[in-house]
Design a protein around this ligand. Structure first.
Ligand code: HEC
Length: 318
């Protein structure tokens, strides 16, 4: 007997020398691990399919832009009280207080809380919004009458809008607040103030047209149409119980009563010509609310259908 036979079998389970000769075998040994890894990846893939299917970069979520754009406020038509320019040109602490509030609401986005012309909205502007802390270099000037002109007319080419829609008294309040950012402001001569009065007729008051918010206007338009919508729904209801040959044909070929009635009664033109009616319906039965097999109606049925629709239209008072 050879010694090999008596010794316990120490041949390793994996013969690495053999593996080097036949590397294909390696796969046989590691196959099980691959299987586990692949299964793991597969499960995670399926689990994340919704994410993988989408763009890998998360989409920018845009909020409804109506949230950014404030609606215009309710405003009843009004005659704004006349302003005595001579009086309005003299600042009072009440005016400055009120001016500060109005400035924060209307102007600070560009001109900055502290009047430095450094508001967030003004950053990209050229020229920059006026720095109210400086006295020199103004386009129109910082006298009361000059700022009033700026607010009335705007300096459109430079990005300063007109605020002519604000009541004159509010504008004077803002003017006085704006002038507090610098000391040594120039003073208007009486002639300059009189000229302001002469140009803008401030002592006459100002009439302001009424306005309603866009949202409210839309609601009004919609509610005005509600009655016809309701009428069509009522007509549709009536057709379900009508007992005539025409009604029978109608109920057989109509899928969406409201659509058909809207097209041929309220909104639509009065169709009287049979040939025209058949052509209209056949050109797009489904869009008009008919079932597709309406085209298979006999000539008699077509005319019964048209007559029934016309009767319904008349009954509906359309
Ligand atoms: C959209 C940005 C913006 C807003 C909002 C804005 N302004 Fe201006 N404003 C400007 C710019 C830009 C100028 C510079 C115009 C120029 O240099 O001619 C300016 C200039 C001015 C001037 C100086 C005019 C001159 O003679 O140089 C005054 C006064 C003024 N704004 C007042 C106001 C007041 C008051 C408000 C609020 C009711 C306001 N602005 C709101 C952008 C803005």
């Amino acid at each position: 007997m050879q010694p090999m036979d008596t010794r316990p079998d120490l041949k390793p389970e994996i013969d690495f020398r053999d593996l080097l000769k036949r590397p294909g075998k390696l796969f046989g040994y590691s196959y099980f691990y691959f299987l586990i890894i692949l299964t793991g990846l597969g499960i995670s893939y399926v689990g994340n399919l919704t994410v993988i299917g989408k763009n890998a970069v998360p989409a920018v979520v845009l909020k409804d832009s109506s949230a950014f754009v404030a609606d215009i406020p309710f405003q009843s038509p009004a005659t704004l009280p006349p302003v005595d320019v001579m009086k309005a040109a003299v600042p009072t602490s009440d005016m400055i207080e009120r001016g500060k509030e109005l400035y924060r609401a209307n102007c600070s986005s560009c001109h900055g809380e502290n009047g430095g012309g450094d508001g967030p909205a003004g950053v990209v502007m050229n020229p920059k919004p006026r720095d109210f802390r400086a006295i020199a270099g103004w386009t129109n000037g910082s006298k009361v009458s000059q700022i009033y002109t700026t607010l009335q007319e705007g300096i459109i080419k430079n990005g300063m809008a007109s605020y002519s829609y604000l009541p004159p008294a509010d504008r004077f309040a803002m003017i006085h607040y704006v002038r507090t950012f610098a000391t040594g402001q120039p003073i208007d001569t009486p002639e300059e103030l009189q000229a302001l009065e002469a140009i803008y007729q401030l002592s006459r008051g100002m009439s302001r047209p009424g306005q309603i918010p866009v949202k409210k206007a839309l609601q009004t338009v919609i509610s005005e149409h509600e009655s016809s919508v309701r009428r069509i729904a009522q007509m549709a209801e009536e057709t379900t119980t009508a007992m005539s040959e025409g009604a029978e044909v109608f109920n057989r070929v109509v899928r969406d009563r409201t659509k058909v009635l809207a097209a041929f009664t309220y909104a639509g033109p009065a169709v009287t010509d049979l040939e025209q009616f058949v052509k209209m319906v056949s050109s797009g039965p489904v869009e008009l609310g008919f079932s597709a097999d309406v085209v298979q109606l006999s000539a008699t049925e077509w005319s019964m259908l048209l007559r029934y629709i016309r009767e319904t239209r008349t009954r509906g008072g359309a």
